[in-house]
Design a protein around this ligand. Structure first.
Ligand code: ADP
Ligand code: MG
Length: 358
């Protein structure tokens, strides 16, 4: 449905998208995941025809975006990172205006607008001014605008950024529903969002695709090792020196346990190594009872960090002036506090992007 081949976008001597190739299959919700500055918005702006690529090709449902832009764009509904809403218009006026831009046939316009409003549940707000709507409702208006004219493909750029947790849940539900009727490409820097909503995930870092698979298969990527989690009652020092003397351990972390007088220990070993009995006897000798011992698998978070870590370190020196870089990891886990994110981003960049979306 969407074919991207060897896409490159350079801003001066900075390569924002670096020979990116992927296919989005019809009928799926595909997640486009990456830290801030990874090149998600740039790629989406190229796919939707708002930005010209430096190199490479985009084909939408058989139409090359440069050779047949009209046909290609007709297949796409786009919700940009900063939707160009007009605060002085009512919801219905705005959608009417959007329907005209999209050349929805006159006789179908009213019906299409009602349908779009119904689908994103904003019919009650039809006569309200956009400036009086909450951010969550504004985002729904943006979604309604995207689905006007019933395009086959929906491209949604970070649709939950800046929303509160309740609004996030509502928008995610809406996206899942939209995924039943449309092919959806959804970008996000929040892993749990992508794994909750998407059938397929593409992870990008510094403009390059670093992994793509189903959420389930991605979590299997790190299964080359065993992670053993323990809660042991005893002194931190005793436990640290006992575990430190054991062989076959690749990595170990200690933390004070939520259980009083206990230590949580996370041990990483090679996959074919089982140290459970050794640990049991060793702790028994020291009279440090093991209250819990279980294998745990690495989460998708671990996969994501592992995949995006190397290239980040590599570019940290050259991107020293990019303050958003430092916040990537932190923000990544900050799903519950999305309202913090806009301030943290480079405002100048956003403005530039906004201009290109209008
Ligand atoms: P994402 O959406 O994944 O956060 P973007 O596509 O917005 O990433 O940005 C990718 C990279 O390109 C970033 O390093 C950003 O600073 C840079 N960039 C984006 N837009 C512009 C622009 N108009 N001019 C110069 N650099 C830009
Ligand atoms: Mg972006």
């Amino acid at each position: 449905m969407i074919e991207v081949s060897s896409l490159v976008k350079r801003y001066g001597d900075h390569t924002a998208v670096d020979h990116l190739s992927f296919t989005v299959e019809e009928g799926q919700i595909t997640g486009f995941l990456g830290p801030n500055g990874a090149g998600k918005s740039t790629t989406m702006n190229i796919i939707t025809g708002y930005l010209a690529p430096s190199e490479g090709r985009v084909v939408i449902d058989g139409h090359d975006i440069l050779e047949e832009p009209e046909e290609a764009k007709k297949c796409i509904g786009y919700l940009p990172e900063l939707p160009p809403l007009y605060p002085e218009m009512t919801v219905r006026e705005y959608l009417d205006f959007a329907a005209e831009l999209k050349k929805v046939p006159k006789e179908k316009k009213a019906e299409e607008i009602e349908k779009a409003m119904d689908e994103v549940k904003i019919t009650d707000m039809a006569n309200r001014l956009i400036k009086n709507l909450s951010k969550g409702y504004c985002q729904r208006v943006g979604l309604a605008q995207a689905i006007l004219g019933n395009p086959k493909i929906l491209i949604l750029d970070e649709p939950t950024v800046g929303l509160d947790p309740k609004q996030i849940i509502e928008i995610r539900e809406l996206m899942k529903n939209l995924g039943k009727k449309h092919t959806v490409l959804l970008s996000s820097h929040i892993l749990s969002e992508v794994s909750a909503v998407c059938d397929y995930v593409m992870i990008i870092s510094h403009g390059k695709l670093v992994a793509s698979d189903t959420p389930e298969n991605l979590s299997k990527l790190t299964q080359g090792s065993n992670i053993l989690d323990l809660t042991v009652r005893g002194q931190m020092g005793t436990i640290v020196s006992a575990v430190g003397m054991m062989s076959d351990i690749e990595d170990v972390q200690y933390a004070d346990s939520a259980e009083n007088g206990c230590v949580d220990v996370r041990i990483k070993t090679a996959q074919d190594v089982d140290i459970r009995e050794n640990i049991f006897y060793r702790m028994a000798e020291l009279q440090c009872p093991i209250l819990k011992m279980q294998y745990s698998s690495l989460s998708l978070e671990d996969v994501f960090l592992e995949l995006t870590e190397d290239s980040e370190a590599e570019e940290n020196s050259e991107a020293a002036e990019d303050t958003s870089e430092e916040n990537d990891t932190e923000e990544f886990f900050e799903e519950e506090f999305p309202e913090d994110t806009p301030e943290e981003e480079n405002i100048e960049e956003k403005e530039k992007e906004n201009e290109s979306n209008l």
